[in-house]
Design a protein around this ligand. Structure first.
Ligand code: XMP
Length: 517
């Protein structure tokens, strides 16, 4: 952390990432660390610390405690939900379990008398604002020297502050959309209490990345960028080409044979048009060979990751002097692969997270490792990357491999590709593409009986997946008209031999994920 930062100690709340995103939207750079970590981080750039919510109760014997460095740091601290209970409990207040969990909207009653800290925190917000609660415990008695800044309508303690130290707590979640003035509270905490300048803008991000590259790279270093044609690696390529010059950042586009219809050619041409120095390697057969007989999703992902490395390894061996491999890895990829070291479990091993084998002797450069996708889109816009590219739906690095449930065959890839093409083109033609965050077709290992032209069929099933999302950490079902979905289903069954049944996946994330594997 080399820039002014708000540090978020994560205790496992589903909203921790939302806190980070909302702060960044406000212009305050934030990072998440494991709330249980006892190692003191470098505090020189830390302006304040946020303690997240948690599914745990502070009264449980296994509950996390506040690491001693947090309060000893003398930095402003904001506890949110479990974070506020933790603050109270650790400092001698009492926390009790509620008979019934409080979940949903509440009205906030601000105290008329509060210290300067409380006034600053709630400045420009109104009493009676709607806030969003989700908790099973609450604070009954305050620790010494604390005051109540606000109650909920039912009388529960909703906001607290220390009388002399910059320590605050909120029982509700300011980061969620339903807390009306939550963003103002986060802004007040960052700007007025932590004294941060809200400078985290696309221009600021570019300057920061440029400074980092200048500081870490030598003039003699030779980079190679792994490019897929997706938003992240493309914007990364455009940015580094602009900062370092085309010849210093050659791009290698590995076509793993698991791309969408026509995408390999289209991507290759587009990247050249964007002024990148790009070379394409067609390696579909190698990937398919390595994946033969493998049905387990995690194993498939790992094989794809290893095969990419194998291809790079072989390529680099034929060239001289490469010292660094650049990737467009994003923060959520790192988080979901549990790369922050936090309590979060490994949901999926993203194909590009996990480091490089020692023998490759390339240093990994990941300029976007701490960015969310919408931040990369803004960067792309700032760099003049056409909207057609920055607004393109995300497509996972492992491609169709994780959209064909179970074992892959060349025949299944062809079926999935054809069905996907029909779905995506229909979304475009009927002006739904831009209203949906991501869409694709999942081929299921399920055969069922159908009837076509008086003939019995016994063929595969596919599921259409379309979601609304902001950063892929959460998603909900894409609200597409039933008549449109029926039309797509009809087109697929008529035009894709091998599929005789089409489903629509209506599950949110969580509890499901966007991709099926
Ligand atoms: P899930 O399935 O975890 O997906 O809800 C969240 C977002 O990440 C994309 N995704 C990946 N992208 N490499 C990538 O580049 C991967 O291994 C990978 N796995 C999932 C997915 O398409 C969605 O946008």
């Amino acid at each position: 952390m080399e820039k002014p930062t708000l540090l978020i100690c994560d205790y496992g709340s589903q909203y921790t990432f939302l806190i980070a995103r909302k702060l960044r939207e406000l212009g305050a750079y934030s990072e998440i660390i494991d709330g249980r970590s006892t190692t003191t981080p470098d505090l020189s750039c830390i302006h304040g610390i946020i303690l997240s919510g948690s599914p745990d109760s502070v009264k449980s014997s296994t509950a996390a405690t506040i690491p001693t460095w947090v309060l000893a740091s003398e930095k402003p601290v904001l506890g949110i939900c479990y974070g506020m209970q933790l603050l109270s409990h650790s400092l001698g207040g009492s926390v009790q379990s509620l008979e019934k969990r409080e979940y949903g909207r509440e009205l906030l009653k601000l105290s008329t008398e509060s210290s300067d800290l409380g006034k600053q925190f709630f400045s420009n917000t109104l009493s009676g604002q709607t806030v969003w609660m989700s908790h099973g415990d609450d604070v009954r008695t305050l620790p010494r020297d604390f005051e109540v800044l606000a109650h909920s309508e039912s009388g529960a303690v909703a906001a607290i502050a220390h009388r002399t130290k910059p320590w605050l707590g909120l029982q509700f979640h300011p980061e969620v959309h339903h807390s009306e003035q939550g963003l103002s509270l986060l802004r007040n905490f960052a700007e007025k209490i932590c004294k941060m300048k809200l400078t985290w803008t696309p221009k600021g991000i570019i300057e920061q990345i440029s400074e980092n590259l200048n500081r870490t790279l030598k003039k003699t270093d030779k980079l190679i960028l792994a490019i897929s044609g997706g938003v992240d690696s493309t914007v990364c390529g455009v940015l580094l080409t602009k900062l370092l010059g085309k010849d210093r950042v050659p791009c290698l586009f590995v076509d793993h044979g698991l791309l969408r219809q026509g995408e390999s050619e289209e991507t290759f041409t587009k990247l050249q048009e964007l002024g990148l120095k790009v070379q394409r390697l067609e390696k579909g057969e190698l990937f398919l060979k390595n994946l033969r007989g493998i049905a387990d999703p995690e194993e498939k992902r790992k094989i794809i990751g290893h095969t990419f490395i194998q291809v790079f390894d072989e390529y680099v061996a034929t060239q001289t002097g490469f010292t660094h491999l650049v990737q467009g890895t994003l923060y959520p990829d790192v988080i979901e692969s549990a790369g922050t070291g936090s309590k979060a479990s490994v949901i999926k091993s993203h194909h590009n997270v996990g480091g490089l084998p020692d023998h490759l002797k390339l240093t990994l450069v990941e300029p976007f490792r701490y960015l969310f996708k919408d931040e990369v889109r803004l960067l792309g816009k700032e760099l003049g990357v056409p909207a057609q590219l920055t607004l393109r739906h995300p497509f996972p690095g492992p491609g169709l491999a994780i959209r064909i449930v179970g074992e892959l065959t060349a025949e299944k890839i062809a079926i999935a590709r054809k069905a996907d093409h029909i779905f995506i083109e229909s979304l475009r033609q009927e002006n739904h593409y831009e209203k949906i965050w991501q869409a694709g077709v999942v081929l299921l290992p399920v055969k069922s009986v159908g009837v076509m032209g008086d003939e019995r069929t016994y063929e595969w099933t596919c599921a259409l997946r379309a979601v609304h999302a902001v950063d892929a950490m959460t998603a909900h079902v894409g609200e597409l008209p039933l008549s449109f979905l029926c039309k797509v289903a009809d087109q697929i069954v008529r035009n894709v031999p091998g599929i005789n049944r089409v489903l629509y996946d209506i599950t949110s994330k969580p509890p499901a994920t966007i991709e099926w594997e």
